[in-house]
Design a protein around this ligand. Structure first.
Ligand code: FA5
Length: 347
């Protein structure tokens, strides 16, 4: 009986000590340590089961029950504590990470089309409406396509019109204009009619300035077929200008010279800034030059595979960046490819 009492006192002490320690625990890792210490294999309560064998036989069932009660009491106290800690952790994270769904959303940073691409797309749209398709031609060309086949022989002074980037391969250049694409397109389509625009980057070994870049886009226009006249050239380009700049825009053609067109001309539009009165942008003339053009030279037609006695055609070449700086009064053409987002974000 005395031994029995001693066991009961021991168990009560074990339970009390464990519960006191449990009450002080406030985080998950301490809880795990408590589990090992008070319910693990070497814990006092589990040791009691091991020691049961030493007790008198008739006392063993009562002692076993008492030890079991303490073990269960500790387990359920642990479960309650775990639950309470979990709840406290949930409340803490809910209050610290609270989402206010009524706050305005954060705008994602939207990219935009480059201003040159915007102008190019407008030009594509207008020519598509007039039945012209886009024809892509290469940026690295042979001397033959960039010059010779366009009626600009090696000795010809007109070569000075195009300052050229030569590559380390003799006879291979970066195209100085989109006109060599005329020969590629004609050779592909001959003897069928051609109605294409050829957009793309061109390169010139020039001193860059507010109006000149060493790389810039051009859009070439080419129509070849039977009975095409200078009237078709004028009508098409005038209509293009109206659709791009507005129905009331006035245009004029001035005689000019290009070795691959005869006759050749340049087209001006009335200055958008002063409406023709004369200002700084148009240098007082009231007009802005937007493109070079002319009737395809018979030699060029022949080089493209068309008999000039039967076929004729017109061609034009314009600079979208130049047109854009005039339209938006941009001070320096070098902004286009200078990669300054403050400039690009304005459009
Ligand atoms: C030519 O390059 C001719 N191939 C155009 C042509 C095509 C005429 C078909 C007749 C028939 P030009 O060198 O003028 O011509 O250039 C045409 C346009 O390209 C210019 O009006 C201008 O808008 C643009 N351009 C020329 N050089 C530069 C440059 N350095 N920087 C930016 N734009 C330029």
């Amino acid at each position: 009986m005395v031994q029995d009492e001693q066991w009961a006192t021991d168990l009560a002490a074990i339970e009390e000590q464990a519960l006191q320690a449990l009450a002080k625990i406030s985080d998950e890792s301490d809880l795990q340590a408590w589990r090992t210490l008070h319910l693990g294999r070497s814990s006092a309560v589990m040791q009691t089961f091991t020691r049961l064998g030493q007790a008198p036989k008739e006392q063993r069932p009562a002692l076993g029950q008492a030890a079991n009660r303490v073990k269960q009491a500790l387990e359920s106290a642990l479960a309650l504590r775990e639950q309470a800690l979990g709840q406290a952790e949930l409340e803490r994270s809910l209050s610290s990470e609270r989402l206010d769904v009524t706050l305005p959303g954060r705008q994602p940073h939207l990219g935009r089309l480059h201003i040159a691409t915007q102008t190019l797309r407008e030009i594509y749209r207008v020519f598509a409406e007039m039945g012209f398709q886009v024809y892509r031609s290469r940026e690295v060309e042979t001397d033959a396509f960039n010059f010779e086949l366009l009626n600009i022989p090696a000795y010809h002074p007109a070569r000075d019109m195009w300052d050229t980037f030569h590559t380390t391969t003799p006879g291979v250049v970066l195209r100085t204009h989109t006109s060599p694409g005329q020969i590629h397109a004609m050779r592909e389509f001959a003897p069928e009619p051609v109605r294409v625009i050829l957009p793309g980057m061109c390169y010139r070994y020039e001193q860059s300035s507010v109006r000149h870049e060493i790389q810039f886009n051009q859009v070439e226009v080419l129509a070849v077929g039977r009975g095409i006249t200078f009237g078709d050239l004028k009508g098409t380009l005038q209509e293009f200008a109206r659709r791009l700049f507005g129905q009331n825009v006035r245009t004029r053609l001035r005689p000019s010279y290009f070795p691959f067109t005869e006759p050749s001309a340049e087209m001006d539009v009335e200055c958008f800034v002063c409406g023709g009165a004369g200002c700084q942008i148009c240098k007082g003339s009231g007009w802005l030059e937007i493109l070079g053009c002319g009737m395809v030279h018979p030699l060029v037609l022949q080089n493209g595979g068309y008999d000039p006695a039967v076929y004729s055609g017109f061609a034009a070449g314009m600079g979208p960046e130049r047109m854009t700086i005039l339209r938006y009064r941009i001070e320096d053409i070098r902004n286009f490819w200078g990669n300054d987002v403050r400039f690009l974000e304005q459009f």
